[in-house]
Design a protein around this ligand. Sequence first.
Ligand code: ME8
Length: 513
Amino acid sequence: MRDCFYITTPIYYVNDKPHIGHAYTSIASDVLARYQRLRGLSCYLLTGTDEHGQKVAKSAEKAGETITNFTDRFAGNFLSMAERLNISHNDFVRTSEERHKICAQAFWRKLEERGDLYDKLYAGWYAVRDESYYDVSELVEGSDGTRRAPSGAEVEWVEEPSIFFRLSKYRDALLSHYDAHPDFILPRTRMNEVRAFVEGDLWDLCVSRTTFSWGVPVPNRSNHVMYVWVEALTNYLTGLGFPDSSSSLFKYWPADLHMVGKDIVRFHAVYWPALLLSAGLDLPRRIFAHGWWTNDGEKISKSLGNVIDPLELIASYGLDRVRYFLLREVPFGEDGNFSHSAIVRRSNEDLANGLGNLCMRVLSLVERGWKGRIPPCGELRDEDRALLETFRQAESLLQKRIEVCSFHLALDGIFGCLAEADRYITREAPWALLKNSSDKTRAGTVLYVLCDCLRMAAIDLQCFMPASMSQLLTMLGVSETARDFSSRATRLEEGGRLVDVQAIFPRLEREDK
Ligand code: ME8
């Protein structure tokens, strides 16, 4: 078994500011990366920005800025978004960097050596917003009666001398790969969509442009720049030092997971594997295409003025509430609707009333009865053992759920255990036991059990809410070296000192926002 793991986010276009959708993909990828590291794997997480192509060039022109100024500014926004979201990326690739140009051109040469590239005039439809070619059969009629891409983007007729990639040659190889790896694309419903596309008329793909120059030049072909998607996909190799085969990072290839939104599944599940087959490189192990966020039921778009800024959300609610909400509210893979009232409700019900309240009840009793030291664990009764067992066994379920990106179920499982702990504390009523000195040993045992359960829950929740769970583990006196999954099976030290106990996740009052 490999002891390393490689996860990528899409590289985001720098034509605009980051919004909640970008934050969502990055947070989900980060949760997985942190989870794998807590399991002891060396996990590499790559993110970055997609800076070439017509869409970015046009946006810079519209803003009246030089392309370099414009891309520097927006790439800076994406980098700072990653930092503000506490994304634990190992590298951030900008496609305007020299190392990316070297990688993309080396990759291109491999396709050329394989004899998979040929010259032809492209005459067809193109959507700049999607940076995507469409066959006429795919176009739909927009509400204004014009021809549109299935995404709703405007399309234009393009005719230009181009270079094509023999995508059709890889049709059978792709289909057999999907057959042999039914979980190559998750959720499985997306696999059906991809398969239908490949089984249909799989045309060769146009991979160079000659009507503008903002891109990576095609080697030895003046006037041609690479089609932005072909070049952008190679960022996943740039991040590992390709084409330098001696790069110590190349051990991470192939990617274990390309995390993407459902809008770009075709590029990752059809074009990218075909290109990799041509280049003689291993295929990624999995592509997960998550769903789409809307705002109060409406598509998020700049023209509707309803773009949700993740930095504003963090400022209003705090980062970990936002991270929790995004992954708990909607089954990962399905579409979801954002509303301020929903985030307040989730935060109050689960984090304030659930986890926060339980922590405060337990820790304040420990402070009161044992001067802030973890009480000794007396003889365990069946009910104590049952609760501890519930938490111990939760780990394998968590693993199964996280490995298929079922974040909502993973969280649901952990909060189910916490609800069990809540019922236990109500039943055992340690506050009542504490009133009677002869019951103090029993009260201590109950609180010990609860502290140990909180420790396990906090370990499990670290990948979702790293800062607040690190704070909780510190409060419980768990050392920094005992917070990974291998330490989960140990026990909390009796007599250990609680540190700096304070309320986590106080209630939010703004239900009306
Ligand atoms: O497509 N809901 O970049 P991009 C959920 N540069 N996720 C959303 C979303 C929404 N409303 N809006 C955006 C590109 N996303 C290319 C990628 S990769 C080699 C090149 C997320 O800036 C989602 O992950 O348009 C989607 O796939 C991605 O942002 C698109 O970002």
